[in-house]
Design a protein around this ligand. Structure first.
Ligand SMILES: *Cc1c(COP(=O)(O)O)cnc(C)c1O
Length: 296
């Protein structure tokens, strides 16, 4: 689809207290609907499904899930059918996300929240003969991290000392840690509250040696929790876009860049630090905001 991902340099005006380099890897530019990191995460799952001759890919997600719509699109391109198991009863009007997934040919299966919480029972019920290739919710897993590692081939990540990403399932962070060079630190910003296992979930995707690499988590920037928002966050998004021309999504990238700005106020950094912020996409999720919330 592309050979090299665009990198945008961010003017120091955005975070005046930091005078080092800050750039953004614009994975959101891959596609307007299909989220940047999801595209990379799905690559090897798709490959495995094809080489195993699976006719259908199935996965899980909520009504606004970037992963659902990305899977629908990727499966369509690969010529494989897809099923999205959606959390909650079918609404009268579908979200933009689900409508797009449907338009890409995904079959949607709505299940109530209680049933949704038991994934193995769901798989058993929906696919008793195990005919489908199942991808974890959010694309969590080893092959997902392997796909993210390919980012090091798609952009000059080696030029940076710090790589910053949002953490949902932690797969993206794990892929970055895997590929990180000895002088690089990976910083993950939690966007879910009450996710006590997240560090172990990231570790589970790393070899013992990779677990000793340089990475850290920033917590406390959830703005109320997953997919929640506050006026401060919305103002920040409008501000960022107006001064450096960078549209963010409110679920992941806005919280992550906000956290980075705060971190840069107090962090003790080597003089020649160069930060690369991963724009992991997700802009389609902003369509769920009331019109006029964002000035972009
Ligand atoms: C899913 C998603 C993330 C989180 O990625 P994980 O690999 O699950 O941690 C970050 N940003 C966006 C825009 C996403 O859609």
């Amino acid at each position: 689809m592309f050979s090299v991902l665009p990198i945008q340099l961010i003017d120091n005006q955005l975070f005046p207290h930091y005078n080092g380099k800050l750039a953004v890897l614009r994975m959101d530019k891959i596609h307007t609907i299909v989220s940047g990191n999801k595209w990379f995460k799905l690559k090897y799952y798709l490959q495995e499904a094809r080489s195993g001759n699976f006719k259908t890919i199935a996965t899980f997600g909520g009504a606004y899930s970037n992963h659902i719509v990305a899977t629908a699109y990727a499966a369509k391109l690969a010529g494989i059918k897809s099923i999205g198991v959606i959390r909650g009863e079918k609404p009268d009007t579908l979200s933009h996300t689900l409508q797009n997934a449907l338009d890409y040919g995904m079959h949607l299966e709505f299940v109530n929240r209680e049933a949704y919480s038991n994934k193995s029972a769901l798989k058993q019920n929906l696919d008793p003969n195990q005919d489908n290739y199942w991808i974890n919710e959010g694309g969590y897993g080893d092959l997902g991290a392997t796909g993210i590692q390919d980012l090091f081939k798609s952009a000059p990540l080696w030029q940076y000392t710090h790589l910053v990403t949002a953490v949902g399932t932690g797969t993206t962070m794990a892929g970055l840690i895997r590929g990180a060079l000895p002088y690089q630190q990976v910083i993950g910003v939690n966007v879910l509250k009450n996710q006590p296992d997240i560090k172990n979930e990231v570790k589970a995707l790393l070899s013992p040696e990779q677990q000793t690499k340089n990475y850290l988590f920033l917590a406390g920037y959830e703005f109320g929790g997953y997919a929640k928002k506050t006026p401060v966050l919305i103002d920040f998004m409008n501000h960022v876009n107006s001064i450096v021309n960078l549209p963010l999504d409110f679920v992941y990238t806005a919280k992550t860049l906000y956290a980075l700005g705060e971190y840069l106020k107090t962090a003790e950094l080597p003089a020649d630090s160069q930060f690369l912020f991963m724009h992991t996409g997700g802009l389609q999720g902003n369509l769920s905001l009331p019109p006029g919330t964002l000035r972009y």
